[in-house]
Design a protein around this ligand. Sequence first.
Ligand SMILES: Cc1cc2nc3c(=O)[nH]c(=O)nc-3n(C[C@H](O)[C@H](O)[C@H](O)COP(=O)(O)OP(=O)(O)OC[C@H]3O[C@@H](n4cnc5c(N)ncnc54)[C@H](O)[C@@H]3O)c2cc1C
Length: 358
Amino acid sequence: MDIDNLPGAGDAAASRHRLQYCANQGLFRHAVPADNGGYGNHFTDLVNAHETLGKAGKDTGLMLSINAHLWGALFPILKYGDTRQQKIYLSGLVTGGLIGGHAITEPQAGSDINALAMTAVQSGDGFLLNGHKRFITNTPIADLLIVYARLDNKLSAFIVHKDDQGAGFLDTPQITGCRSATMGDVILENCLIPAVRQLGKTGAGNMMIQQALELERAFIFAGICGLMDWQLETVIKFSRERKVNDIHLGKYQAVSHKIAEMKLRLDTIRLWVSECARLKDGNKRITLASAQTKLFAAEAFLQSSLDAVHILGSNGLTKASLMADLVIDALASRLFSGSSEIQKNIIAALLGTGDGYR
Ligand SMILES: Cc1cc2nc3c(=O)[nH]c(=O)nc-3n(C[C@H](O)[C@H](O)[C@H](O)COP(=O)(O)OP(=O)(O)OC[C@H]3O[C@@H](n4cnc5c(N)ncnc54)[C@H](O)[C@@H]3O)c2cc1C
C-alpha cells in the first residue's frame, strides 16, 4: 500500500478526501469476498494493512472513521443485505464512492441499548422514522448510515440516506479527540424511507449491533498499533538523544522501565488483535476475544500515551509532537464501541457471572 502521499487532516472535506485516498489504495477491500469487489483475502491481511496505515497516518481519527465505515456499514450490508441491497451499495462502499457508518447511540441511551427510543412505523410501502442519534462517527460526510430503530418495539436496522426527506445528518456536537474523524447528530423527523431499505429481519437489531461492535472492538486497534509503534519509536529516540545531568535519559531506570512497559503493552495488543483475526479467519466467534482486546487495548493505549507525554517532558505537550492529542484519543477509545466497564460486563457475563452487556 502506498501511503506516502496520504492527504493532510483538516475539515470534513479533508476527512472524506483521506477516506477516498485509503479506498483508492484498496483498504476497504480486505476480508471482503472477491464476488463483492474485495480481495477475497483474510482478516490477518486487513490487520497488517491497518497497522501500516496507522503508523504512516499517525491519526486515531482516521482509523476511527475507517472502522465505522467498515464495521458499521460495509460488513453489515455484506452479511445481512439482500441481493438487491448488496448490488446497490457494496461496490460504492468498497471503492469509497459511498461512505457509511452506524447510528446506535442516542442522547439518553449509550451503553444501554435497551433504552434506545428511535421509532420506525410502517407507512404505505415504507417506514416513517423518528428520533435522535448522537455521537455518530462519519455523519457529516456519510452518504448513508445504518440506523437502529424500534419497529413494533423490536430493534431493527434501516439504511438511511443523507438526502432522504426528513433526515438531518448534522455536524454537531464537536468533541475533543480523534482529530480528523467527523461526528454528528442524526435527526430523523418523519423521515420516509422505502420498505426495501430495511436491513435484516425485524427484531434482528440487537444481534446486528453486537456483531458490528464485536468487529469494531476486535480490529480498531490494528491501526492504533501502528500509531503506538511510532509513539514508542519517538520516545526511544528522545531517550537516547536527550541528556539530563550529562546522562542520556534512557539510562535512568525510571525512564527505561516505562519504555519497556510501553513495548510490552504494544506487543500484547498486537497479539490480541492477531488472535481476533485468527478466530475470524477460522469462522470462530470473537465475542469474548473482542471484548478482551478492546478492554486491554484501550487501557494500554491510555497508559502508554500518558507515559510518552511524561518522558518527552514539556516537549510532549507541544501541538507539533501530537503526543498530548493521543492521550485524549485514548480517553475516547475507552468509550467508543462500548466503554471499558461494558467490556468487563461482557467478559463477566460470558464467564457466567455479572450483569449482561451491550
Ligand atoms: C469518538 C467516539 C466515536 C463514537 N462513534 C459512535 C458511532 O459511530 N455510532 C454510535 O452509535 N455511537 C458512537 N459513539 C458513542 C459511544 O458508543 C458511546 O459514547 C458509548 O457507548 C457510551 O455511551 P454514553 O457516552 O452514553 O455513556 P453512558 O452509557 O451514559 O455511560 C456513562 C458512564 O457510565 C458507565 N456505565 C454505563 N453503564 C454501565 C454499567 N452497566 N456498568 C458499569 N458502568 C457503566 C460507562 O462506562 C461510562 O463510564 C462514539 C463515541 C465516541 C467517544
